[in-house]
Design a protein around this ligand. Structure first.
Ligand code: GUN
Length: 299
C-alpha cells in the first residue's frame, strides 16, 4: 500500500517545536521573534499565502508585521522599506512575497535583505552557504527544507546510494533542493524544460521531486516501483465533474495513477504546502536566536 505523506501532520510537529523554542526565547530574552512580510500588488493567490503566513506567525507567538504596498510602488520605495526593516531590532525575519509586479527588479530586492534576516534563504550568502555544504550558519529556502524534512521521515537523513531527480531548476526551489539532496549523499539528477527523454531519467530515481507548475506532468509509467514522490506543484485546473465553472488544485504529478506505483507520495494540497509555512516559522525562530547570540535550535 502506498504511503500518502501527511504534510499537515508533519508541519504540526515542526510548528510545535517552533512554539517551544520561541517560548524559551521569550522567557530568556523578554522579546518575541519578529517576522515582517512585504506584499506588493493585489494578486489573490499571493494575498492568500501571505495571510496564512501572518496567521501562523501569530499562532507561534511571534510579532507579525505585514506591509501591503500598491502595485505602483517604486523600486526605491521598496528598497527604503527593506533598509528600515534591516535596521529594526524587533524584526528578525523579512520576506518579500514573489512574484513581484513586472516593473520591479526582484533580484535586487531579494539581495537587499540582510542575510541574517533572509528567512526565504534566497540571498546569495545563504544560497552560497548551502552550495558549499554549510547547512549550519545560514538560512535554508523554506520549500526545499520542508520537502527534505518529508524525505528524511521516509529515508532518514543519509541518502547514500539513492538516486534522486529534481525536475525544475528555479532559484526558489529546484537549485536549493538539489543541493540539499546532494548534501545528504544522494546521487542527484537535475532535469528541466530542455532535458531530453525525461521519463527514462525519472524511472531510475528512488526519489522524484517535481516543481515545474505543469498539471499532472509526471505519469505513473515514469516512476520506479516503490519510489518516493514529492510533488511541489500547485495548479488550478477546471473540474467540470464538481459542477459548471468549478476548479480544483492538482500537483505536477498524476496523483491517482502515480499512487499505484509509488512507495510514498505527497498529495496536493496537503503535502509540501503546509511544510513551507512551517519551515518559514522555523527560520524566523532560528534568525531570532541568532540575533540574540543564542545557539540555533534544532527543529
Ligand atoms: N511565492 C511562492 N512561494 C514563495 C516563497 O517561498 N517565498 C516567497 N518570498 N515568495 C513565494
Amino acid at each position: 500500500m502506498t504511503n500518502v505523506i501527511d504534510g499537515k501532520a508533519v508541519a504540526v510537529s515542526v510548528i510545535d517545536a517552533v512554539k517551544a523554542h520561541h517560548a524559551v526565547l521569550e522567557s530568556e530574552e523578554g522579546k518575541k521573534a519578529g517576522l515582517a512580510v512585504v506584499i506588493v500588488g493585489d494578486d489573490p493567490a499571493s494575498h492568500a499565502y501571505v495571510g496564512a503566513k501572518g496567521r501562523m506567525a501569530k499562532e507561534c507567538g511571534f510579532h507579525s508585521i505585514q506591509h501591503t504596498l500598491p502595485d505602483v510602488t517604486s523600486q526605491e520605495e521598496i528598497l527604503a522599506l527593506i533598509a528600515r526593516l534591516n535596521d529594526d531590532d524587533g524584526v528578525h525575519g523579512i520576506l518579500v512575497q514573489l512574484p513581484l509586479p513586472r516593473h520591479l527588479d526582484s533580484e535586487a530586492i531579494t539581495q537587499a535583505i540582510k542575510p541574517a534576516k533572509d528567512v526565504d534563504g534566497l540571498h546569495v550568502v545563504n544560497a552560497g552557504k548551502l552550495a558549499t555544504g554549510d547547512l549550519v550558519t545560514g538560512l535554508l529556502s523554506c520549500t526545499p527544507a520542508g520537502a527534505m524534512h518529508l524525505i528524511a521521515k521516509i529515508h532518514g537523513k543519509d541518502l547514500s546510494g539513492l538516486n534522486a531527480i529534481v525536475i525544475g531548476r528555479s532559484n526558489l526551489f529546484g537549485k536549493p533542493m538539489a543541493q540539499l539532496l546532494l548534501n545528504a549523499n544522494a546521487t542527484v539528477t537535475m532535469a528541466h524544460s530542455r532535458t531530453r527523454d525525461l521519463p527514462s531519467l525519472c524511472v531510475q530515481a528512488d526519489i522524484v521531486v517535481v516543481a515545474v507548475g505543469m498539471a499532472e506532468l509526471v505519469k505513473a509509467e515514469w516512476l520506479k516501483p516503490g519510489a518516493t514522490v514529492i510533488d511541489v506543484g500547485i495548479n488550478r485546473v477546471p473540474a467540470p465533474e464538481r459542477g459548471e465553472g468549478k476548479t480544483k488544485l492538482v500537483g505536477d504529478v498524476d496523483f491517482a495513477a502515480a499512487a499505484e506505483i509509488a512507495g510514498s507520495i505527497t498529495p496536493v494540497p496537503g503535502g509540501v504546502g503546509p511544510m513551507t509555512i512551517a519551515m518559514l516559522m522555523a527560520n524566523t525562530v532560528i534568525a531570532a536566536y541568532g540575533h540574540f547570540g543564542k545557539l540555533r535550535p534544532e527543529m
